[in-house]
Design a protein around this ligand. Sequence first.
Ligand code: EPZ
Length: 418
Amino acid sequence: MDKLRITGGSQLKGEISVSGAKNAALPILCAGLLTSDTLTLTNVPRLNDISTTLKLLGQMGVRCERDEGNTVSITADQLTALEAPYELVKTMRASILVLGPLLARFGQARVSLPGGCAIGQRPVDQHIRGLAALGADIRIEHGFVIAKAKRLQGAVIRTDMVTVTGTENLMMAAVLAEGQTVLENAAREPEVVDLAELLIKMGARIKGHGTDRIVIDGVQALHGATHRVIADRIEAGSFLCAVGSAGGDITLRDAAPQTMGATLSKLTEAGLSITCGDDWIQASMHKRPRAVDFRTQEYPGFATDMQAQLMALNTIAEGTSVIVETIFENRYMHVQELLRLGANIDIDGHTAVVRGVQRLSGATVMATDLRASASLVIAGLAAEGETLVERIYHLDRGYERMEHKLRALGANIVRISS
Ligand code: EPZ
């Protein structure tokens, strides 16, 4: 298993390009199942989760082509299977996103139930409940969701909580349903909006995306389209936490600052000086960060996917910060590892109290999940001496060439391949 070796102390200087958003690309690739025409997608990041999704679609008979850059084309005109096997779903929960499109276009689907994951139990009951409300005959057997429907019928669906992929699955199911569907308590994340924009390009009739009430009028069929995936606001936020932690001056190109309000506000409060254009963010940090309190919330609140990264910055900040994780029940797996680097953190249920220390000291640490990995890299950049981050296959799921981008900014970081 690969590791990253980081020698702390170098400031970050220069500019890098932000990749396309993993959490937009995943549902958008699955939307290719909704038409027999070709979808051409650009700015698709080169990530393990993307490869897993292309493999999953390929196993169904979808023709997936990827150039040497970041363009992918998807053609679902000769499907041979309508299912997502456990072997793939267990490595990527987002595979559940094929359920809605398969049901909408083919009237049937057999998708393995995703198991739990490091950050929480993460059930998919809202996906199932919503599809049943659309008229699907849906049941769980031997660890699989088995769903059938002649043609889905529009309905008003209110999810019990805001669910990002739940909203995406139900939106993709509703675009080909008979009549109107209203999704109430819908997720407002920019990745949901990007998916809706793609579906509209394919001929879907959707209004209200980006609000908590999305109205979809079903159509008979969808056609192909070309779409550029939105910039990854979590990758961009992670690099801003990195410069906050290591110090320096960086510019992020191909970014979407308009989707990063909560993150930019918190990092400014922490002491970064940040200026933005339409598609770029410039950030400088030449002092010790200030501790910032925050609680994770659904968009447009502070993203749970940024919690571990901002906690890493707080570990070396001046003062004490209080962090509340409200979305997932177990998203503090990075804390034990940050403690190994000399951080001072107490956990009490969903609340973490972080007392800033002057310096972290490098050590060997273990990545436990995707965003925890980024948190350990950020801490390693500021730590004295050498930090070895193990199990970075977690990192490779959601960050495109992170060590290359950090090295381009002057960080002392190398990948040790086993
Ligand atoms: C998406 O996961 C993201 N993944 C996650 O990013 C992100 O952390 C999460 O949204 C929250 O923003 C993708 O988009 C592929 P949810 P998702 O359904 O959709 C509960 C990353 O790091 N819930 O919004 O699975 C659930 O347990 C990943 O890139 C149910 O109880 O999250 C959680 O507590 C990690 N039943 C809360 O809702 C359901 O049917 C929000 O989950 C669905 C969700």
